[in-house]
Design a protein around this ligand. Structure first.
Ligand code: NI
Length: 188
């Protein structure tokens, strides 16, 4: 009898899991949401400020030695493929996961290395934690072994939002610029 009960519980759990999966499949995953941050000129930027244009967002930090420069260059390269007119119709956003060091002034010097239209956003540690949570971004401070400046371990994802600020898809830093350009062009 006990064994039979176990079987029934397994069947019920299985059914519940299947229904849960089905519901997930029928909807977009919830990525993104409201935020309030400061750009490289000290202006407040919110999720509402980005509406009206498709947006590419990347989370990283300016001291990053490897994947952040690769990803930001990838975003700029993708947008350049769409031509100068299209580039004005897309938001390119870099959000720091290292607000301790990435001040607006520092962000200003950094993002201009990658393109003229980049917005480099920073905020309080709480504001950054909130936006990272909304986008399911992982980040963690890692002390350097040789006593040098710390590093930030972080996920490396380029998010694409439509002109209403809704999540459409994401890319890794290994994506092809053409693939990103094609996905953005569809939203223009
Ligand atoms: Ni990085």
């Amino acid at each position: 009898m006990k064994a039979l009960l176990g079987v029934w519980i397994a069947v019920l759990l299985g059914a519940a899991g299947w229904i849960g999966w089905d519901a997930y499949q029928g909807d977009r995953p919830s990525i993104g949401g409201p935020f309030s941050l400061i750009d490289q000129d000290g202006r407040t930027v919110t999720d509402a400020s980005l509406k009206g244009k498709p947006t590419l967002i990347y989370f990283g930090y300016s001291f990053c030695p490897d994947v952040c420069p690769t990803s930001l260059l990838l975003m700029e390269t993708a947008i350049e493929k769409l031509g100068p007119e299209a580039a004005k119709k897309v938001n390119l956003v870099f959000i720091t996961v290292d607000p301790e060091r990435d001040t607006p002034a520092l962000m200003k010097g950094y993002v201009t290395n990658f393109g003229p239209t980049f917005e480099g956003l920073t905020g309080t540690p709480e504001q950054i934690a909130a936006v990272a949570r909304a986008y399911r971004v992982y980040y963690q401070k890692v002390p350097s072994k040789d006593g040098g400046p710390y590093l930030m371990d972080h996920s490396s994802i380029v998010y694409l939002l439509d002109r209403n600020g809704r999540f459409v898809t994401h890319f890794t830093h290994e994506a092809k610029a053409e693939a990103i350009a094609t996905a953005v062009e569809r939203l223009l």
